[in-house]
Design a protein around this ligand. Sequence first.
Ligand code: GCU
Length: 355
Amino acid sequence: MTKKKSTENNASPIILIVAVLFAAAIVAYQFIANKEVTSGKEIIRVGHNQSSDHPTHKGMEAFEEFIEGELGDKYDVQLFPSELLGSQTNMVQLTQTGAVDITVASNSILETFNPDFQIFNLPYLFEEPEIYHAVMEDSEIVSPIFNGTRESGFVTKAWLDAGTRNFYIKDGPIESLEDFDGQKIRVQESPTNVRMMELLGGSATPMGFGEVYTAMQSGIIDGAENNELALTENGHGDIVKYYSYTLHQMIPDEVIVSTAFLDNLPEEDKLVFDKGFEIMQDTQHDAWGVQVDEAKERAKNEMNVEFSYPDVSIFSEAVLPLHEEVIEKDESLKNKYNQIQDKIKELKEKDDNNG
Ligand code: GCU
């Protein structure tokens, strides 16, 4: 009798614990699966592939703070850095379906969604960051491109600075085209980038950003190309000690937003979100300017990376045929390209007159 009673007493807490855990699992599942469950607020999922110290994350935090400051009773902005929601390509696909609301995607990978994006992937399109910024800020140029993916389920609401892309390979600095011979170099997953690498003479190995560190470490690739923050924030400077300023591309990151999310926003909230995207962009650009210099110093002093400054005309001559190859295929691209060249000419003339 006594024994039986004690068994019953032992069994009930276990059942209780199991029941509580089961209930918690259901709530957790609903939290993930259903935007409304937690607080009655709409959850806005924002994904990117950079660390939480990166300028891009600072831009996202400013966006979150602003939106929740203005509309915190309706929206809960949740940030997922460091590929927590998958690679950039996966995140773009999730944004198309509306499972993710906002994703930061390199302009490189967007060319497969709308060929017009190829323009900003062309090597040596821009000679200086000032010109690159002025073109990206010209809405007559960028708006049709940014809004041209509506049928693919997203549009671009802001562009983020990703600086200048330069090569770094394990063997030594890049000084001439011969230095690319036999080198397996990671490029972004875009036909334009693969072709650029071919024209330079290296062997292009396209892969996602998150795979580059291990691929370099294990010898699957001999090097890569990126901005200085990849050396520090992504640890590439632990493995490769030579960074050569080939200055071959200035490729923006685009903040793409799901049309499933945007089209459901009430008109008055849309205005708040537009302001939020502006704040995101400005904060990221300001942080970029500061952090890229810090990254260079850290790479030099703490990681012993050597920076070199080759004559870039050797490389630009080798890849310039790519401009013609890309634009000759498509009238709309050609017009865009000419529009950008006119703008660049105008900016240079203005600069010459001022100085
Ligand atoms: C830069 C860029 C990222 C991109 C990465 C890459 O870091 O900001 O958006 O994913 O380059 O090389 O893939």
